[in-house]
Design a protein. Structure first.
Length: 596
């Protein structure tokens, strides 16, 4: 079993180069942020991830969360680890200082989520959702709700969840049936919610649920959904924990992976109705929930990065120690570790290059989030928000799809031992599999991308990013060996993304079914080309820095080699994906449903 070590050098490289740390330090509220602060925070977080969370990952998977008589126990060690996590202030890193948070930018907070997910994804889901509740309340909650719930959520004394799904309403939230009946200054909530991550547990003294429900006079469909805060325990006037609310955990799911994270069925109102408090205005709950959901989608994208990094490290450790066969071309002599075999190195390079590209894209989105929130100019904020909106479904969808592929490669590198649970490689594949599903499947992300982010605005944000990608072409041409040979591949990939984007703009309204049929290939194309653009930028940065006094040449040479591998081995996939988008809709829809 390997030990996780945070890839601090590459994380700092990506924060500086792609999140744009230098520009973020000039934003309001970021005056104390510096490269030195980033290094200090990442280093301490890495120690916590390696020393506290990683040792609990395998044992937590084997033991799993336990349900008994409506109560849920986290795996052994999780409660103590969470107490340390909260005491260290990690739960409030990006939260407002008004409620005890540290107010740091997301370009620091999001990389820490990568670490927590690498070390122990099942554990990380709990604080990730808690920060999502903080996000939703900050934007939409009344001052009374903020004063009552935010300090405890920020400190980590209380955790949070979001309650959307119901037995009859999966991703189709227009079918939500939970009801909220007004009663004085609160509401009585009744209904059943399923797939509620960390909906019940023993790690914190209270759980704050954000629940979607309908008022008695609400219109049908998504326009009739409201959001409510429904705490597990009511809160007394002095802020102390009060009586148990009418919420019951009926069961927890038996899952393929993330066994340490309880996924709950929650029953609201079996004994008269759970007390809840309206968030914002009535019938705007889905709009409000998307604030939390988009935050969570970036977080799930970082789960993909984290699991990919961990699977790579685990496979690398095995490849360095597993002795099997002689080196290619040698018929005698000592046998070698499998990292000497070219195909194993190809798989490791694939894992490494894809993970670095995913990290670069996630950190780029974090930088856009900081600028969209903090820049003093409203027009500039709007431009960065548009870029963030464009990138969010790609970060979520592409990074999680690749995480499954990368974790599967990790099993392959282990050979038969990878199929054995004791080696640990299988857990990363099992855990990664959920990331493409929750917070909206890859198909939902792709339809969001081609609809709200491309079709609705006629490709403005997407084509704007394509223009930025083209600006890199001249730099690649002038870079010389080893980057110049990849210029043709890069140019073809960007051409393919532009052609596919324009095809979607032309067909989205006239042929919506055809556009939807190629939405996922388009999302993968977008991620692949954006990853190539960022890896090319990484190569240029590494080439520029490697001859500077005191440069870490070994790291920069590895960065350059990894970028070249991506451009030569992975970016060429863009051509095929582009042709799938522009030519493949008809064959996807060729069979009528009853012909399958």
């Amino acid at each position: 079993m390997s030990t996780y070590a945070a890839p601090l050098k590459d994380m700092q490289f990506a924060i500086a180069g792609f999140a744009g740390l230098e520009g973020i330090t000039a934003l309001p509220g970021c005056g104390e942020v510096s490269a030195e602060l980033v290094e200090a925070v990442l280093t301490e977080a890495g120690k916590f991830a390696q020393g506290v969370l990683d040792p609990l990952n395998h044992s937590g998977d084997r033991q799993g969360a336990q349900w008994r008589d409506g109560g849920v126990s986290a795996p052994a060690g999780f409660k103590e680890a969470y107490a340390q996590f909260a005491a260290a202030g990690w739960n409030g890193l990006a939260a407002s200082t008004d409620y005890g948070g540290q107010g740091l930018p997301h370009c620091i907070a999001l990389p820490l989520q990568e670490m927590w997910n690498s070390a122990n994804m099942a554990f990380c889901l709990c604080p990730m959702l808690t920060t999502g509740v903080q996000e939703a309340l900050t934007h939409h909650g009344s001052q009374s709700l903020l004063d009552t719930f935010m300090p405890k959520l920020v400190s980590g004394e209380w955790t949070g969840t979001m309650n959307l799904t119901e037995p009859q309403a999966g991703s189709d939230l227009s079918a939500v049936r939970s009801r909220a009946v007004p009663e004085g200054n609160h509401y009585r909530i009744q209904g059943t919610k399923i797939f509620i991550t960390w909906g019940e547990h023993d790690m914190a003294e209270n759980i704050v649920h954000l629940v979607l429900a309908r008022l008695p006079d609400a219109p049908e469909g998504v326009k009739g959904i409201s959001m409510f805060v429904v705490p597990k325990f009511l809160v007394n006037a002095d802020g102390s924990r009060g009586a148990r609310n009418d919420i019951r955990c009926v069961s927890i799911e038996h899952k393929l992976g993330i066994h340490g994270s309880p996924t709950c069925v929650l029953a609201y109102g079996d004994n008269g109705g759970a007390i809840g408090y309206l968030v914002g205005e009535a019938n705007r709950g889905l709009e409000y929930m998307f604030t939390m959901m988009n935050h969570a989608r970036l977080g799930v994208g970082m789960e993909g990065v984290g699991i990919a990094e961990r699977a790579y490290q685990h496979a690398l450790g095995y490849a360095r120690t597993r002795v099997q066969g002689r080196a290619i071309g040698q018929r005698s002599g000592d046998r070698v570790t499998i990292i000497h075999h070219p195909d194993v190195r190809r798989m490791l390079m694939t894992m490494r290059a894809q993970t670095e590209a995913m990290r670069a894209l996630g950190y780029l989105a974090a930088g856009e989030l900081d600028r969209a929130r903090r820049h003093p100019d409203a027009d500039i904020r709007a431009r960065h928000q548009a870029r963030l909106d464009l990138l969010t479904p790609v970060v979520k969808g592409w990074c999680t799809e690749l995480a499954v592929e990368i974790a599967s490669l990790g099993v392959q590198i282990h050979g038969g031992m990878g199929f054995v649970e004791e080696t640990g490689a299988a857990q990363y594949l099992r855990d990664a599999r959920i990331t493409t599903i929750y917070e909206g499947t890859t198909g939902i992300q792709a339809n969001d991308l081609i609809g709200r982010k491309v079709g609705a605005e006629k490709g403005a944000a997407a084509l704007g990013l394509v223009a930025e990608m083209r600006a890199l072409d001249a730099a690649l041409a002038a870079a010389g060996t080893p980057l110049a040979p990849a210029r043709a591949v890069f140019t073809e990939a960007v051409d393919g993304l532009e052609a596919a984007t324009r095809w979607l703009v032309d067909h989205y309204r006239a042929q919506p079914e055809a556009a939807a049929a190629v939405a996922v290939p388009y999302l993968k194309l977008f991620g692949t080309v954006a990853g190539g653009w960022l890896m090319a930028r990484a190569a240029l940065i590494a080439r520029e820095r490697r001859d500077a006094p005191g440069a870490d040449r070994a790291f920069l040479d590895a960065k350059l080699a990894t970028a070249c591998f991506y451009l030569e081995h992975l970016l060429p996939q863009a051509g095929a994906l582009s042709r799938t988008v522009t030519l493949g809709a008809a064959s996807t829809l060729a069979l009528e449903p009853d012909a399958f």
